[in-house]
Design a protein around this ligand. Structure first.
Ligand code: MTE
Ligand code: MO
Length: 413
């Protein structure tokens, strides 16, 4: 059970650090051991009544939103570094039957009517292909759904249905080349080893357009932050689609098919769709568009304040740092602005190391609070193509693409 007391306690810890100027030191420390107690920052009352900290095998305690299928969110404190540790990386599944995949017997088949032949790769065969690396954010389309007002149904994610890792694997284009791609191929379709428990639930099958499949940065990854993929993040191999939301990042990948007609299964034709024209999307999936909706594609420009939780305290006349992370769909971060007066005035934050255009970019802003009382602190990112975070939520029935500016309240005394 998450009580008001544990929430306040969690917030207080961060604030004490900020006030004493130890925040930078705390951020510099490696993986924190104790998960944050701040389980439901700013979420409408009751939406996450079932949330609790719980450990899956091989994982730190994460925020459990459901266990069958496992849906576990990363607590805020793990976003104080640009790379999210494997054992704290969020877990999202649609289907409850998730087999332990044996690396020795695992096979990946590549074929489909849009390919010239059928090829089978084992793990050694995959590893023998030229290796590529990319640091990229994997963010669930429904990240922050729990913050939607009015409420929308679905997993009530807070801020942590995302993570950023260094992925290593083979380029999908090199894998496709093994089977040979026909000119008529328009999409590439992916399936994983997990299955529905009940027959009437459709298998989780996803596709991407051929142009996205052929991008240098689209990988079939077998390593995450220098380690084999954790079981719950897709062991032994998963698709990595930098710039696009997590739904396309097929885990426990077993089948790749090039096709000449749009994939029509439930998870493409019914789910993960957005009303047309609502979001400033550059990267389109034209073969899946209809007159009324479009599949979700790229990640929206966004940011998150992670150095301190809402409700924290700052000491007057004492230097304080507001820090966090910024990211977008791969256009690159132009600037992060921070307001400490509820949006009246804005100052540029300092940007941290650039780990590549698909990665989390850290930011920090230091100031000395001079007035007592409540301060509303807000962060706003602008990317290199001029997209910026909205002040108001862009409503949509499935609760996707929440990228409203993150706003927290701090008490100065
Ligand atoms: N096999 C399989 N792959 C999957 C899914 C799934 O249910 N099964 N869910 C997708 C969704 S919606 C997301 S957001 C990401 C989450 O990746 P993670 O669990 O490694 O954090 O995996 C994607 N790949
Ligand atoms: Mo997702």
């Amino acid at each position: 059970m998450i009580t008001r007391r544990t929430l306040l306690k969690g917030a207080g810890n961060g604030a004490a650090l900020a006030g004493s100027g130890l925040l930078a030191a705390a951020r510099a420390r490696s993986t924190p051991n104790a998960p944050s107690l701040d389980l439901s920052p700013l979420l409408p009352a009751g939406t996450r009544a079932q949330a609790a900290l719980d450990s899956l095998p091989g994982k730190k305690p994460l925020i459990r939103l459901s266990s069958r299928p496992p849906n576990y969110e990363t607590p805020l404190e793990y976003f104080r570094t640009a790379i999210t540790p494997n054992d704290a990386f969020f877990v999202r599944y649609h289907l409850a039957n998730i087999p332990d995949v044996d690396a020795k017997t695992w096979r990946l088949t590549i074929g489909g009517e849009g390919a010239n032949g059928l090829v089978e790769l084992d793990l050694d065969g995959l590893r023998a292909l030229p290796q590529a690396e990319v640091v990229a954010v994997n963010q669930c389309s429904g990240n922050r759904r729990g913050l939607f007002q009015p409420h929308v149904p679905g997993v009530q994610w807070g801020y942590g249905a995302m993570g950023c890792a260094r992925w290593k694997g083979a380029r999908l284009k090199d894998i496709l080349e093994k089977a040979g791609l026909k000119k008529e191929a328009i999409e590439v379709v992916f399936d994983g080893a997990d299955e529905p428990v009940v027959d009437k639930t459709p298998d989780f099958i996803k596709s991407i357009p051929v142009w996205k499949a052929l991008e240098e940065t689209t990988l079939v990854a077998y390593e995450m932050n220098g380690e084999p993929l954790p079981h719950f993040n897709g062991f032994p191999a998963r698709l990595v689609v930098p710039g696009w939301t997590g739904t396309y990042w097929m885990k426990h990948l077993t089948s790749i098919k090039a096709v000449t007609k749009p994939e029509s299964g439930f998870w493409m034709s019914q789910a993960y769709r957005l009303p047309l024209g609502k979001f400033p999307v550059v990267s389109r999936f034209v073969s899946q568009e209809t007159a009324v909706n479009t599949p979700i594609t790229e990640v929206m420009v966004n940011s998150l304040i992670t150095s301190v939780s809402s409700g924290g305290r700052l000491r007057i006349s004492t230097p304080a740092t507001i820090a966090g992370i910024a990211w977008d769909g791969g256009y690159g971060i132009q600037s992060v602005e921070v307001s400490v007066d509820g949006g009246e005035s804005w100052r540029d934050a300092k940007l941290g190391e650039d780990l590549g255009r698909f990665a989390f970019r850290m930011f920090n802003y230091s100031f000395v609070p001079t007035a007592e009382g409540k301060h509303t602190v807000i962060a706003r990112t602008t990317n290199k193509i001029g997209q910026t975070q909205p002040a108001d939520l862009i409503q949509n029935p499935p609760g996707y693409n929440h990228n409203v500016m993150h706003s927290i309240t701090l008490e100065v005394s």
